[in-house]
Ligand binder design. Structure first.
Ligand code: SAH
Length: 361
């Protein structure tokens, strides 16, 4: 791997169209635009309500705006900057969208349904630089960061898929990319997601998953919002982690745990450690015991993730009995552990897979 700073990523590129995405316009920018076009300032709140509350699919639908304003908006803006190129619905009603961005690159996002819990999973980058060996998202490296509007667009497109008796309750940043390498854009999008006149989702219902970048974790703590932090550990020692998560050789488990402990102290939020179980690799009882030794005494929770098959990769899921054995060892050692439920298995809902399939074709 390269030895560049893992927090550095190519910036989002300027739009290739004349029209800006309306969903990403700040209230301030909207106010300026309205005054330049001689419309009253209160129209900004109406437009915002159509985008975040009333789930408009187009500017034309914003029927309480004068036709002239709608026309002018249409000249300068598109509601979203991307195009929906594929939409899949799984038997368990998990939905996955493949969105093509203005520059032709593609990203994925997913809506998961449980009883009284509706969660969206979003991407923060096109590709990923971290190089985890079992992950479809990073196989071809990193193209670029997503913009704040491109991050918001995913959430807004997915909330438009909800039925009238459903509502968005949770958001996980576990799609394509490393969120802490694109923190300013992500935090910008999250402000609209939290705002009362946005989607009204509390930071406590947002989980940000990271490969474990200590400086990024501290920057996230600095934000002062009670986000849930999930750290993708995947191995209980540096030798194994260096093999599975190559960026680890610049970081090391010790530095990650230290930053995560600090995150817990400063935010009061219990840290989750994600651990993808790979048959015959990191799934043995000795790995579970070593992981327990690492985490016991910490206010931590382990989320065991059965490996999702990626065609071109050699790794496989060890199966339920091995997964249960691993979980039991952790629990007996006093470390809270749960096994992640698989959602949308029949549509390959694990992020990065659709995009990869299209890139191959
Ligand atoms: N870059 C962030 C977000 C990645 S996706 C991070 O590393 O946490 C969220 C989780 O899915 C991570 O824990 C990631 O390691 C895991 N993951 C990646 N590929 C997977 C696969 N094929 N099967 C199961 N989990 C996978």
């Amino acid at each position: 791997m390269t030895s560049t700073d893992p927090l550095d990523a190519p910036p989002a590129q300027p739009a290739l169209t004349d029209r800006a995405p309306l969903c990403g316009i700040s209230t301030q920018e909207m106010g300026n635009w309205l005054s330049r076009h001689d419309h009253p300032a209160y129209r900004a709140a109406q437009i915002r309500k159509w985008i975040f509350g009333r789930q408009a699919e187009s500017i034309n639908e914003m029927t309480d705006l004068p036709a002239s304003l709608r026309e002018q908006l249409g000249n300068d803006f598109d509601l979203f900057s991307g195009q929906l190129v594929r939409h899949q619905v799984a038997r368990d009603r998990t939905e996955k969208l493949l969105v093509e961005l203005v520059d032709g690159r593609q990203i994925e996002c997913v809506l998961m349904r449980e009883t009284s819990r509706w969660t969206v999973c979003i991407s923060t980058q096109v590709g990923c630089a971290m190089g985890c060996v079992f992950c479809a998202s990073g196989l071809l490296g990193l193209d670029r960061n997503l913009s704040r509007a491109e991050i918001l667009e995913q959430v807004l497109r997915l909330t438009r898929r909800l039925e009238p008796d459903e509502r968005l309750t949770n958001l996980v940043v576990m799609g394509i990319g490393e969120p802490l390498a694109n923190l300013p854009a992500l935090l910008g999008a999250l402000e609209d997601i939290h705002a009362e006149n946005g989607l009204g989702i509390s930071p406590r219902r947002v989980t940000i998953s990271t490969v474990g970048l200590p400086r990024g974790i501290r920057q996230l703590a600095d934000v002062g919002r009670p986000y849930n932090l999930a750290v993708s550990l995947h191995a209980p020692n540096d030798e194994l982690r260096n093999r599975l998560v190559p960026v680890n050789d610049q970081i090391g488990i010790h530095a990650i745990l230290e930053a995560a402990d600090e995150y817990f102290q400063r935010t009061g939020r219990r840290v989750t450690y994600e651990y993808v179980l790979l048959a015959e690799t990191n799934d043995q009882p000795r790995h579970a015991r070593q992981l327990a030794a690492l985490l016991s005494g910490r206010n931590a929770h382990v989320n065991l993730i059965p490996m999702n098959n990626v065609d071109v990769l050699p790794w496989s899921d060890p199966g339920d009995p091995q997964t249960q054995r691993f979980s039991t060892i952790l629990q007996k050692a006093g470390v809270a552990a749960t096994v992640r439920k698989r959602k949308g298995a029949d549509i390959d809902a694990a992020c990065g897979q659709l995009r990869l399939e299209n890139l191959k074709n």
